[in-house]
Design a protein around this ligand. Structure first.
Ligand SMILES: [Cu+2]
Length: 117
C-alpha cells in the first residue's frame, strides 16, 4: 500500500510539472536537424513550432564561441514557422541560438548545432 501511494504521488507531481510546459512549444521541424553535418548550408534556417510564438532573438556562434553577424531582425508577428536567412559560413561547427516568446508571455530558449564540412 505504501508503495502504491508513493507511485501515485510521483505520477501526480509529473502531471503538475507537465501542465505549464504545454504552453511552451518547442521546435517540431527544421530544415537543418540538430547536430547535422552538411556539405552545403541552406540559404536559410527554417524551423517550425507547434504553436505560434514570437521570435525575439536569433544568433549564430562559432565553435569557439564567437558571434557571427547575421543581421537578424525579429519578425513583428508571432508565427509557427520562421525562415532566418543564413550568412555564408566557412567550414566549422556552429550553434544556432534563439529565444521565443510563448503566447502566455514566457520566454523560451532553443538551440541547434551544425557542422559545415
Ligand atoms: Cu508560460
Amino acid at each position: 500500500m505504501y508503495t502504491l501511494k508513493m507511485v501515485t504521488a510521483a505520477l501526480a507531481s509529473v502531471a503538475i510539472m507537465a501542465a505549464p510546459a504545454l504552453a511552451h512549444t518547442s521546435v517540431e521541424m527544421a530544415n537543418i536537424a540538430d547536430a547535422a553535418v552538411l556539405e552545403t548550408l541552406p540559404d536559410a534556417f527554417s524551423f517550425s513550432f507547434g504553436q505560434p510564438v514570437g521570435l525575439i532573438a536569433f544568433s549564430i556562434r562559432t565553435g569557439t564561441g564567437e558571434t557571427v553577424e547575421t543581421g537578424f531582425q525579429p519578425p513583428k508577428a508571432p508565427a509557427k514557422t520562421f525562415s532566418v536567412p543564413l550568412p555564408d559560413l566557412a567550414p566549422g561547427r556552429y550553434t544556432f541560438e534563439w529565444r521565443t516568446l510563448s503566447k502566455d508571455g514566457h520566454p523560451m530558449n532553443g538551440k541547434s548545432s551544425v557542422e559545415l564540412k
